[in-house]
Unconditional design. Structure first.
Length: 192
C-alpha cells in the first residue's frame, strides 16, 4: 500500500524551535555548488535573519561538527560492512539504499561525500530492516543533506525519557518509530 501522510496538526513551540535551529544548520551543511559563500542564518525568537555572523546557530554548528567526529562510514565503507565485493558497483550500494529510503546519509562538506550514521547497522554491518520504516516517518522534504533527521535522531527526547532515538533504536526500534510517529504524524487536534 502507498504511504499516506497524516496531517500532523499544529507543531508545538518546542518542535518549532528545534526545526528552526536544524534548518539553520542544514543551510550551513548543504553544499553550495555555485562557489559563492552562502549567507549565514540566525534564529531569534520568531524571526529568522540572514547575516554574516552566526550567533544563534553556533550550537547547531557545533552539534553537527560533533556528530561528524563520530567516524561514520562513507559509501565505500558501508559496502565493505555489508560484505559487498570491493568493486566499483559496491560503492553504489549505500547510495542506492539511500535513494530507496532504506538508509539515511548526511552530507559532509569537509569530506565531500555522504556519511551514514552508525545506528542504522547491525553488528554484522548490514542495514537494519527497521531503518526504512523509521525514515518513512521522519520528514524528509527539504532535507537533502540529511541533517534535520539526524539532529532529531541524536537529540535527547522527552518521549524517550531524555535518551536519543539513535541510542534506543539499536535495542528497540519499535519504540523509536512510535516516538517519531507521535512527534511527526500525530493529529494533535484529534486528541481534543
Amino acid at each position: 500500500l502507498p504511504f499516506t501522510p497524516v496531517s500532523p496538526g499544529p507543531p508545538t513551540p518546542h518542535l518549532v524551535a528545534r526545526i528552526r535551529v536544524c534548518n539553520a544548520a542544514v543551510n550551513l551543511a548543504t553544499p553550495d555548488l555555485s562557489g559563492s559563500p552562502a549567507p549565514s542564518t540566525t534564529v531569534e525568537g520568531d524571526a529568522v535573519e540572514t547575516q554574516n555572523e552566526l550567533p544563534g546557530t553556533v550550537s547547531a554548528i557545533e552539534f553537527r561538527d560533533e556528530l561528524l567526529k563520530k567516524g561514520w562510514p562513507d559509501a565505500r565503507q558501508v559496502a565493505e560492512l555489508g560484505g559487498k565485493a570491493p568493486a566499483s558497483e559496491a560503492t553504489t550500494y549505500a547510495i542506492r539504499a539511500q535513494a530507496r529510503g532504506d538508509l539515511l546519509g548526511v552530507w559532509s562538506a569537509p569530506r565531500h561525500c555522504f556519511l551514514y550514521p552508525d545506528f542504522q547497522f547491525n553488528c554484522s554491518g548490514t542495514i537494519r530492516k527497521d531503518v526504512a520504516v523509521l525514515l518513512a516517518v521522519l520528514p524528509s522534504e527539504g532535507d537533502r543533506a540529511g541533517w534535520r533527521r539526524t539532529f532529531w535522531l541524536y537529540s535527547p527526547l522527552a518521549l524517550l525519557d531524555g535518551r536519543t532515538p539513535a541510542d534506543i533504536f539499536i535495542d528497540d526500534p519499535a519504540l523509536v518509530i512510535a516516538a517519531a510517529r507521535e512527534e511527526f504524524l500525530l493529529d494533535r487536534d484529534a486528541i481534543w
